[in-house]
Design a protein around this ligand. Sequence first.
Ligand code: UD1
Ligand code: CA
Length: 458
Amino acid sequence: MEAVILAAGKGTRMYSDKPKVLHSIGGRPMLAHVVMVARALRAQKIHAVIGFGAEQIRDYFAGEDSTDLNWVLQEEQLGTGHAVQQAVTAIDTIDPDNQVLVLYGDVPLIRSTTLQQLLDQTDKDSLTLLTVQAKDPAGLGRIIRDASGQVTAIVEERDASVEQKQINEVNSGIMCVPASRLAHWLGEIDNDNDQSEYYLTDIIALAAKQKIQVNAIKLSDEIEAQGVNDKSQLALLERHYQMSNQQTLLDQGVTLRDPARVEVRGDLSCGKDCIIDVNVIFEGTVLLGNNVLVGANTIIKDAKLEDGVQILPGSSIDGAVIGASASVGPYARIRPGTVLGANVKIGNFVETKNARFGNGSKANHLAYIGDAEIGENCNIGAGTIFCNYDGANKHKTILGDNVFIGSNSVLVAPVKLADNAFVAAGSAINCDVPPEHLAVGRGRQRNIAGWKRPTKKD
Ligand code: UD1
Ligand code: CA
């Protein structure tokens, strides 16, 4: 099977400079969802017909392994039939068993199980449509059946008679067609219709005339075949997508304090006995081990949280590994390149970036820790700043094991503090500290007797 994904349209009603199919559902462009489905069905090749914003679309997919993707440029959008025709030259139309599955870049929630039914029902002498029993068929192509119930044609609404407009069974657009016949039929369609477009749907009447079996699989869930033409439909499908994610998590045994208030914009996998509080957003790829607790109002992106981790409310985690039984937050900001060992504690208003913490180390309050390597069982006092930036370059701070940094100290990188070093509170440390030493880096306090406070001038 080869898939053709139609994605050349501008999406005028999105009012956006971005091509419609790059607008995302669950953190992924709609087109990426459709490509994933085609891959799940083991499409030999995926031909994506693009036009508006073609460059942007190619750029998005350039980053990933996309050797199975064939970009087909449709310079002018002359209709769905014309669009598929642009891809036909790249399709194997010789092999009589090859099938073409037509998908839409703006129909992102279509399921592989549904499409598999289409593939199964289609052979070299039949084609299969996906139809929908619509509550409101306005604007959609109507499925025309003869007295025996056989599908004989699809008529677009603007070309339909008053009686045909009464029909509620509509064309989803998705179909599976034998490749060799498709090429032939596409050569025969014309643009003699209300929009002067080449309609893919016109191949149905051609097939019926040739006594080719036209199967129709009727979807009960309209949402699955729902296309996105505007931001309302995008929002609607986002809600449905999120609801199905929430259901999957519940089915796997994850405790969601309020399922409706957990969003997954990417891929989330959870171990056993995880608890997720309200207003939590997961982005990118997030892995939770067993017994992980995610507190309210938290955003977690591209991160791995090992068993027993507790993320307390109001925290933001991005690009990090959080070791077993570590505790983060409330109100912590964990930035990319942070790797926390087991039992680490990061408390309120602590920011970390490109920092490794050995097992059992702690930064409990108000600190900035950037470009750091910290050993085990260190204690970083409140108000500590790792000065990693000299205005031009970034430098590293290295702490051994069991180092104690007194409150309100600045560690001016590059600097090394060896095992068991102890820094007095309020120090500015810019020289290495040997093992077991106390470093005091501050002016000595003087107490001045008889000093007079300034008074107000009048
Ligand atoms: C099409 C179907 C209609 C069906 C409806 C479902 C035809 C003639 N009609 O109508 O029966 O009920 O979808 O939504 O097929 N596209 C291209 N190149 C083109 C034209 C379209 O890539 O030259 C893409 C569009 O970007 C869009 C999709 O194909 O994603 C559907 O095109 P559109 O013009 O919206 O078709 P409809 O009028 O909705
Ligand atoms: Ca449409």
